[in-house]
Design a protein around this ligand. Structure first.
Ligand code: NOJ
Length: 589
C-alpha cells in the first residue's frame, strides 16, 4: 500500500487516559470522557490523538505494563467504547495512534505466567538467567525504576528475569522469533481494527547485546549502552515494517532515549528504504535543557541548550528525515514550570508554543499544555503514584525528596486535566485517582475559553496558522543569535528563496517606551519566508535584526500580546519585546 505520509501535515494531541476526563464518575479518566471531549480536541485544530496505553493492565506503571494487548481495559470502556471513539474521531478527521509497548509486558500477562512455569511455547518469551555459581547476579544492569538491579529472582522458575523498568515489567526476549510473531499479530490486529499508527515505547531497547555483558557502571542506567540500539534492532524493525506496517497507510513514532540525529538517520532516513524502519523518533535532547539526561538530575534552565537541541534536529534532518516536535508528555514535568515562568504563565506558555510549533516536523501537544498547566506541590510523599518516583532517593529526608519530586516526578504532568473551577476541576464527580493541582480555580479550560487572549485560544490560532503555511511544512531552518540565552530567533525559508548570511542581532534590556499598534496582517499570499522571535526574558528586551532582514517592512502574522499593546517596529527595524513575547513575521522575499 502507498504510504502517503499524511502525518507531515498534521498536529497531534496526546491523551494520558487516566487523567483526561472521567465519563463514568469513578475518579479515573476513560474513553467515554474522551468521546465527550472530541469536539474540544477538534477545536484545537489538531489532526490526531496519541493515546498512552489503553489496554488491560494491573497498572503498576499506569498502563505501560500490559496484561492483554488485544483488549481495551474495562475501566477505560472496553472494546465497545474504543470502537465508538474510533468512529467518532474518524468522523471528525482525527487519526488515532496507539501506544505499542513491547519491550516488556506485565508480569501478570499470560505469557509470563506460563514462561515462569516453563510451559511451551512461552518458556523463552522472556530473558531468564540462572544464578551464577559465585552467587552473583547475571550482570550489572540497573532497573530504571527500582534504582537497583534489573534482575529479579523468580521463586517459581528458580531463575532471574530481566526487567529494565519495574519488577512487574519483565522484558520480552525479542530474539525469539515467536515473540516477534506476537508483535506482528498485535500490530495487525489494531491496524485492522482501524487505528492509524503506533507510538512505540522504548523500542530502541528491544535487542539486547548477545551474552548480556556487563556495562560501565552508570547509577540507574548501567546496561543502557548494551541494550539501546542493540545488534538486531534494525532487522527486527524492518521485519515489523515489511511483514505488517508497509501494508497499511499508517504512521510509526519511536521513543528513543539517547538518540542523536546521526543515529536517528539509521532509523528514519527518507533517502534509503533500508534505513527507514520507522517514520519519526521521539528524541530526548529537547527535554534536557534543565537537567542532565534525567529529570532527577536537575540543572539551571539554559535557553542556549534548548536552542542547540532544536537546531541540531532541524538542520540535520532537513530534506532527509522527518522530525517529531514536542515540549511535554506524560514522562516529563510541565514545561512552563521548567523552561518558562509560572509568574509569566500565559506569556511564557505562548513563547514556548511558538518556539516549537513553527519548526519542521509533526508537533505533539500534551493534554493540559494548551491551558498552561503547571507542576503540582504535594504535601507528602504518600500523594505520589508514580512507581519511578516512589522508588527514588528513599534514604533522603522527605522535605528534600518533595522538593526534587515537584521538579522531577512524572506525576507533576499527570494530575487530572483542569476543565473547570468546580469540584475536582470538572474532571470527575468522584474523588480523582490522583490529586488535582490546587491551582485549578485559576487555570482551567472554562476560564480560558472565555478569554480571547488565553493560552488556549493562542494555541488554536498558532496551530491553525502553522498548518496554513507551506513554508512551515517545507522550509529550511536557520537560526540567529545562537549564543543568546534570552531570545530565540529562527526563520523558515522555502528553497530557492533568499539565503543571505545570518546577520548579527543586538539585544539588551530596556524599559519600553509608549507603544504604537501593529496589527497582525491577514496574509495575502503564502509567505516564502517567516521569522519567529521568542523572548525568554522576564524583562523587556530591545531587539534588532541589524542586516539582511528588516522588521520595518515585515508583516506580523502572529503575536502573543494583545495587539493594542504591541510595540511598534521603529524605522531602524528595532522593537521592544515584552516579557516572554513571541512574534511571527512574514518577511518579503
Ligand atoms: C516510556 C514510557 O513513556 C513511560 O511512561 C514508561 O514508564 C516506560 N517507557 C516503560 O514502559
Amino acid at each position: 500500500m502507498k504510504q502517503t505520509q499524511w502525518y507531515k501535515d498534521g498536529v497531534f494531541y496526546q491523551i494520558w487516559p487516566r487523567s483526561f476526563k472521567d465519563g463514568n464518575s469513578d475518579g479515573m479518566g476513560d474513553l467515554w470522557g474522551v468521546i465527550d471531549k472530541l469536539d474540544y480536541i477538534q477545536s484545537l485544530n489538531v489532526d490526531g490523538i496519541w493515546f498512552s496505553p489503553l489496554y488491560c493492565s494491573p497498572g503498576a506503571d499506569c498502563g505501560y505494563d500490559i496484561s492483554d494487548y488485544m483488549k481495551i481495559a474495562p475501566e477505560f470502556g472496553g472494546m465497545e467504547a474504543f470502537r465508538r471513539l474510533l468512529t467518532e474521531a474518524h468522523k471528525r478527521g482525527l487519526k488515532i495512534i496507539m501506544d505499542l509497548v513491547v519491550n516488556h509486558t506485565s508480569d501478570e500477562h499470560e505469557w509470563f505466567q506460563k514462561s515462569r512455569q516453563r510451559i511451551d511455547p512461552y518458556t523463552d518469551y522472556y530473558i531468564w538467567r540462572p544464578k551464577k555459581p559465585n552467587g552473583k547476579l547475571p550482570n550489572n544492569w540497573a532497573s530504571m525504576f527500582e534504582g537497583d538491579s534489573a534482575w529479579q529472582w523468580d521463586e517459581v522458575r528458580k531463575e532471574y528475569y530481566l526487567h529494565l523498568f519495574a519488577i512487574k515489567q519483565p522484558d520480552l526476549n525479542m530474539d525469539n522469533p515467536l515473540v516477534r510473531e506476537e508483535v506482528k499479530k498485535i500490530l495487525k490486529f489494531w491496524l485492522d481494527f482501524g487505528v492509524d499508527g503506533f507510538r512505540e515505547d522504548v523500542i530502541t531497547f528491544i535487542s539486547k547485546e548477545e551474552g548480556l555483558p556487563n556495562d560501565i557502571p552508570i547509577p540507574g542506567f548501567s546496561g543502557i549502552l548494551k541494550y539501546n540500539h542493540g545488534p538486531h534492532i534494525h532487522e527486527y524493525l524492518q521485519e515489523f515494517r515489511q511483514d505488517v506496517l508497509q501494508h497499511y497507510d499508517c504512521m510509526t513514532l519511536a521513543e528513543a532515549p539517547l538518540v542523536t540525529p546521526k543515529r536517528a538517520m539509521t532509523y528514519i532516513s527518507e533517502l534509503d528504504p533500508k534505513h527507514h524502519d520507522i517514520d519519526m523518533m521521539i528524541q530526548f535532547q529537547c527535554m534536557c535543557a534543565d537537567c542532565l539526561f534525567s529529570d532527577y538530575i536537575p540543572m539551571k534552565f539554559s535557553l542556549r541548550r534548548l536552542k542547540r537541541a532544536f537546531r541540531r534536529w532541524q538542520v540535520k534532518l532537513h530534506g532527509k528525515a522527518w522530525n517529531m516536535l514536542y515540549l511535554e508528555n506524560h514522562d516529563h514535568p510541565r514545561v512552563i514550570s521548567r523552561y518558562g515562568s509560572e509568574k509569566f504563565r500565559t506569556a511564557s506558555g505562548k513563547a514556548l508554543a511558538v518556539s516549537y510549533l513553527f519548526q519542521q516536523g509533526t508537533p505533539f501537544i500534551y493534554q493540559g499544555q494548551e491551558i498552561g498547566m503547571t507542576n503540582w506541590w504535594p504535601k507528602s510523599i504518600d500523594m505520589y503514584e508514580d512507581v519511578q518516583t516512589l522508588n527514588q532517593h528513599l534514604k533522603d529526608p522527605e522535605e528534600k525528596r518533595l522538593k526534587l519530586y515537584h521538579r522531577a516526578s512524572r506525576d507533576s504532568a499527570r494530575t487530572p486535566m483542569q476543565w473547570t473551577g468546580g469540584d475536582h476541576a470538572g474532571f470527575s464527580e468522584h474523588e480523582p485517582w490522583l490529586y488535582v493541582n490546587e491551582n485549578y480555580r485559576e487555570i482551567n479550560v472554562e476560564q480560558e475559553e472565555n478569554d480571547p487572549d488565553s493560552l488556549l485560544n493562542f494555541y488554536r490560532k498558532a496551530v491553525a496558522l502553522r498548518k496554513s503555511l507551506k513554508v512551515v511544512r517545507d522550509g529550511k531552518y536557520r537560526e540567529y543569535g545562537i549564543f543568546s540565552n534570552k531570545i530565540y530567533v529562527y526563520e523558515r525559508v522555502l528553497d530557492g528563496e533568499t539565503d543571505a548570511a545570518a546577520p548579527p542581532r543586538e539585544e539588551r534590556e530596556e524599559t519600553p517606551s509608549e507603544s504604537a499598534s501593529e496589527e497582525p496582517k491577514a496574509m495575502s499570499a503564502q509567505p516564502k519566508r517567516i521569522l519567529v522571535i521568542c523572548s525568554f526574558s522576564e524583562k523587556p528586551m530591545r531587539f534588532l535584526m541589524r542586516r539582511g532582514i528588516s522588521l520595518a517592512n515585515a508583516d506580523l502574522i502572529l503575536g502573543s500580546y494583545p495587539v493594542k499593546e504591541t510595540s511598534k517596529v521603529k524605522t531602524d527595524g528595532s522593537t521592544i519585546l515584552r516579557p516572554y513575547e513571541a512574534r511571527v513575521y512574514s518577511i518579503p522575499g
